[in-house]
Design a protein. Structure first.
Length: 162
């Protein structure tokens, strides 16, 4: 819609008298309102993912690092975080342009990197097995996010864990 407004404005400009041309300012206002609304939606998506990250950080804090993990070796907080983030990317990619997807996902990745890096640095791992589990989580996150199209891979948090 935002892309069409200048064309509609120009069409009207050609058919208006000089006295009526004052109304063209309304098209500029409309375009600005649409852009602000779009930016608010993007900010809201980023905020929602921030809230989800906080929920997953609480799950991370509750992980018992002494217990052996059955199955794939990935902790539940990481599995859910990656699924939610990949789902967001899939939906955004379907409806938005690549630059918009890249902008939103870059912000989401930055929030994930920041929060998880803080939490990983604060965790006291009791054994090498616990450290290996945490490394497996970080590798899993990086692997899943690196495969997403139209976004740069997130920075690697493995340095924080090591």
């Amino acid at each position: 819609m935002i892309v069409l407004i200048p064309y509609v404005r120009e069409t009207f400009r050609r058919h208006l008298s000089p006295n009526q041309a004052v109304m063209l300012v309304e098209f500029d206002k409309l375009k600005r309102d649409f852009q602000e609304h779009q930016n608010e939606i993007h900010s809201k998506l980023i905020a929602i993912m921030g809230d989800r990250i906080s929920a997953h950080v609480k799950s991370l804090q509750a992980v018992n690092w002494d217990a052996l993990k059955q199955g794939q070796g990935i902790n539940d907080y990481m599995d859910l975080l990656t699924k939610e983030t990949v789902t967001l990317h899939k939906v955004l990619s379907r409806y938005l342009s690549a630059p918009v997807v890249e902008y939103v996902m870059t912000q989401v990745f930055a929030a994930i990197n920041h929060r998880l890096s803080e939490e990983y640095a604060a965790i006291e791992l009791p054994s090498q097995e616990a450290k290996d589990r945490l490394l497996a989580d970080a590798r899993y996150l990086h692997q899943k996010f690196s495969g997403l199209k139209n976004v740069g891979a997130p920075t690697n948090m493995l340095e924080t864990v090591c």
